[in-house]
Design a protein. Structure first.
Length: 208
């Protein structure tokens, strides 16, 4: 009897699919905090790189928990394919934040104004996606995901403006480094848009 109660209690404590996807986004937001620190200092340290590495590993575990829970769940609130697409894209965002931090430290790159400008739309998009994942109201979720995609799309403008500045400057190793780092930011925007689209696709299918 006690064993059965223990199992039931443990089962109630297990996070559901939306909670696990939300948890995955939480680690990306933590990674973004490190990204923001790197963009505020002229010489990012190896400690920031180590912090990001720990967050990235924790994010990988969160994604693994999501995948395992999906394998154990017969029915999900959105199409399984769309949920997996969203999770994969969110994981790619964290990977690119990790690479941005690692390369900034290795290359000893000074942050630019456009790198600092990227933090706000990334954070906005992630927070809106988190709201979209956790709300039980499909209409509200759709609004959040649409706004998340809009915020993500604005990163392309930041990237393009940065390229104009880079191309107008003299060619040097610093400008080449800045271009590569801005490309990371552009990819982050693309992956956030993909995550938004995946959830929106799932919501549309649910409404039909």
């Amino acid at each position: 009897m006690l064993s059965t109660l223990t199992r039931l209690k443990h089962r109630r404590k297990r996070k559901n699919v939306p909670e696990l996807l939300s948890s995955q986004i939480t680690y990306v937001l933590k990674g973004l905090d490190v990204f923001a620190q790197v963009c505020r200092v002229d010489a990012p340290t190896s400690e920031l790189r180590k912090s990001m590495s720990k967050i990235e590993h924790a994010g990988d575990k969160a994604r693994e928990a999501f995948v395992q829970r999906m394998a154990q769940t017969l029915s999900t609130h959105l199409e399984r394919e769309d949920l997996f697409r969203a999770s994969r894209s969110i994981d790619d965002v964290l990977d690119n934040l990790r690479d941005f931090v690692r390369e900034s430290v290795l290359w000893e790159t000074k942050p630019t104004t456009h790198m600092r400008m990227a933090e706000a739309p990334i954070r906005t998009s992630l927070e809106l996606l988190k709201f979209g994942v956790t709300t039980m109201d499909p209409a509200e979720a759709q609004v959040h995901c649409l706004e998340a995609r809009k915020a993500a799309s604005s990163l392309r403008r930041v990237y393009q403006e940065a390229l104009v500045e880079i191309f107008e400057a003299d060619l040097s190793m610093d400008t080449l480094k800045s271009r590569e780092l801005m490309r990371r930011i552009d990819i982050i925007g693309l992956r956030l848009s993909e995550a938004s689209d995946a959830l929106l696709d799932g919501l549309v299918k649910r409404s039909n």
